[in-house]
Design a protein around this ligand. Sequence first.
Ligand SMILES: [Zn+2]
Ligand SMILES: [Zn+2]
Length: 156
Amino acid sequence: MRPVPPKSSSKPTGLDCRMAVLGADVRLTPHRREVFQVLAQSTDHPTAYDVFARVKDRSPNISLATVYNCLEHLTTSGAIKQVHVERSQSRYCANLHEHVHFHCDSCGQVSDALPTTDFNPAQFWKLPNGARITHTDVAVRGLCPDCAKKQSKSRR
Ligand SMILES: [Zn+2]
Ligand SMILES: [Zn+2]
């Protein structure tokens, strides 16, 4: 186990905390930091293009290719999660808590679903003996509350 640095009084960002856990092998360029911060402030699971549109206000010189590179790097380093969407562009998530993604089949909205109780995936799922989880990618599909309401109305 890596030693966890002591909590300092200067408020670390979510990214700093995440990077401390992941280790020093993640190189943080200013662009990667910007991209992470934009993502951390978004709760709607934006696509790379959405992230590009939002980060441009803060870094006018950034290109879409750079945003793609930053997202790729942050994903492979484990700082963010890539959300796979069928027949559509991947979305990205910076929620650092254990959660799964709920996909609405009607409007395409992706929302975070946190566990209702203290949840340890290594204990919840019957994994092969000795397996070690590096990341989880669980998707739950259905209709979001708005779409479920609309559908029950149209059936009447
Ligand atoms: Zn998420
Ligand atoms: Zn919906």
